[in-house]
Design a protein around this ligand. Structure first.
Ligand SMILES: [Zn+2]
Length: 99
């Protein structure tokens, strides 16, 4: 057997963050490195992480509010409330609209 059996060229492209397989249309490609694609959930996660870093470097009132939301989000996830039936569905829906 020959020819590049690279793991990244299997069936579907994979997210470089979580490793999940997605359709190409569901991935966001990086500008300077188009070979790197991340899924929408990981893109949202990366955006939130970037906002945390920005706040750490430039504290502000919106940053403090965001930090409070992150604390609440972490507490909800730690308790597994986001996976509880209707409550979980509600919390996940609310989370989509939070910064
Ligand atoms: Zn991902």
């Amino acid at each position: 057997m020959t020819a590049g059996a690279g793991p990244e060229r299997a069936s579907s492209p994979a997210c470089w963050c979580c490793g999940g397989e997605f359709e190409e249309a569901e991935l966001v490609r990086l500008g300077a490195h188009p070979e790197v694609g991340i899924c929408r959930d990981c893109a949202v996660w990366a955006k939130r992480r970037a906002a945390v870093r920005r706040h750490e470097q430039h504290p502000s009132l919106p940053g403090h509010l965001r930090s409070g939301l992150d604390t609440i989000r972490s507490a909800v996830i730690a308790r597994g409330w986001h996976e509880r039936g209707a409550l979980g569905m509600f919390l996940r829906r609310v989370d989509r609209w939070l910064p």
